[in-house]
Design a protein around this ligand. Structure first.
Ligand SMILES: NC(=O)c1ccc[n+]([C@@H]2O[C@H](COP(=O)([O-])OP(=O)(O)OC[C@H]3O[C@@H](n4cnc5c(N)ncnc54)[C@H](O)[C@@H]3O)[C@@H](O)[C@H]2O)c1
Ligand SMILES: [Zn+2]
Ligand SMILES: [Zn+2]
Length: 351
């Protein structure tokens, strides 16, 4: 089969690899769409250390069941499916409690980090355990389905924030995750959602996707603007989707006393913590990792038009265009959002 192989850092090539043979509990999926994630771009150049070559990356995928392992029930050849990017063991204490994103033996599809290496979906076929596979509704296009992973991340972040409805919210960062988190906060019943970024183009997306107010600022200016908009009180919840020193600091300054700061962004490994502010203002800092069972909800919300992903898809391109798209994404070209690769086609297509 054709696969997009990261043979060394910053070097992707179309390679011929054997079609994976499904293990007894696996499903073999013929890939019809696989999104390029920011983490793939940060793995491609070696900065994250989580895509040690050689590796076929890609964890945001959808396709058609091509074969099932001998012990698999509930799936048949021809089913349209997607799968969770997290491969959980199903038997550890966390898995048994349903906290599969915290699994002791957690692996991620398309990741190679030293502890393990698991081939991903920038290929014609990928084999994954049946327990992480979900059937797709007929009306969901494969390219949209490839966004389910990111939508689930956003829904999970809102779920761990334990909103009751009626809250004011600030989303910091209007990247892919922030723009989906904005929509998830709306679905959760937030009365007002502010979105902040330092890139005006991204904020245009936020406005189109339902932000009540967009704020082109960071740091003290962002805090001033939020305090002015909330009568000096601060928002009930901040959903932080960048992960830098200045954005974490702003998140803590913008939340009200007793409010919640949910940390999704993790682009830097370490940040400073203004400890006394957090303690004396009794702020809850809540981490959010991947997703945990939100796929069915994500499908329903997308089918109902309550979470929109089409405006966020920049292109659907053939696998052979993968190296060029990685270069463009890596160079930070503005206006690029999600690029989805379809290994079944030789030419680009519209949705
Ligand atoms: N917790 C999880 O499970 C999870 C899952 C996926 C991604 N992430 C993380 O979420 C973050 C966002 O991912 P993404 O795919 O949306 O990335 P992205 O690159 O598409 O978006 C990041 C956004 O942050 C903005 N930004 C940068 N500096 C800023 C600042 N000082 N103030 C305000 N905005 C600023 C950028 O302009 C951009 O719009 C990353 O750190 C990523 O690693 C976490
Ligand atoms: Zn991803
Ligand atoms: Zn487990």
């Amino acid at each position: 089969m054709n696969a997009l192989l990261l043979s060394e850092y910053k070097h992707l090539e179309i390679a011929t690899l054997p079609v994976p043979v499904p293990e007894p509990f696996d499903v073999l999926v013929q890939v019809a769409a696989c999104g390029i994630c920011g983490s793939d771009v940060h793995g491609y150049d070696g900065t994250s250390g989580r895509r040690i070559p050689p590796i076929v990356m890609g964890h945001e995928a959808a396709g058609i069941v091509a074969a099932v392992g001998s012990e698999v029930s509930g799936f048949a050849v021809g089913d349209r499916v997607t799968f969770d990017s997290t491969v959980y063991c199903g038997v550890c204490d966390f898995c048994r409690k349903g906290e599969v994103n915290l699994c002791d033996d957690r692996q991620v599809v398309g990741v190679s980090c030293g502890d393990y290496s698991r081939a991903g979906a920038f290929a014609e076929y990928v084999a994954v355990p049946a327990r992480i596979v979900y059937k797709l509704p007929d009306n969901l296009a494969f390219a949209e389905a490839a966004m389910l992973e990111a939508v689930s991340v956003a829904l999970h972040a809102v779920a761990v924030s334990e909103l009751k409805g009626g809250e004011t919210a600030l989303v910091i960062g209007a990247g892919m995750i922030g723009l989906l988190t904005l929509q998830a906060a709306r679905v959760a019943g937030c009365s007002q959602v502010f979105v902040a970024d330092i890139d005006a183009t991204r904020l245009k997306f936020a406005a189109d996707l339902g932000a009540d107010k967009t704020i082109l600022a960071s740091g003290a200016e962002l805090t001033r603007e939020i305090l002015r908009s909330t009568g000096g009180r601060g928002v009930d919840v901040v959903l932080e989707a960048v992960g830098r020193n200045e954005t974490i600091a702003a998140a803590i300054d913008c939340v009200r006393k007793g409010g919640t700061v949910t940390l999704i962004g993790n682009i830097t490994p370490q940040v400073n913590l203004p400890l006394q502010k957090v303690v004396s203002r009794q702020i809850r800092l809540q981490g959010s990792c991947a997703s945990c069972g939100e796929y069915p909800q994500a499908m329903e919300l997308m089918a109902a038009g309550k979470i929109r992903v089409r405006p966020l898809i920049t292109a659907v391109a053939p696998l052979s265009d993968g190296p060029a798209w990685f270069d463009r994404l890596h160079s930070g070209e503005p206006n690029l959002m999600k690029v989805v690769l379809d290994p079944r086609t030789d030419s680009g297509q519209s949705l």
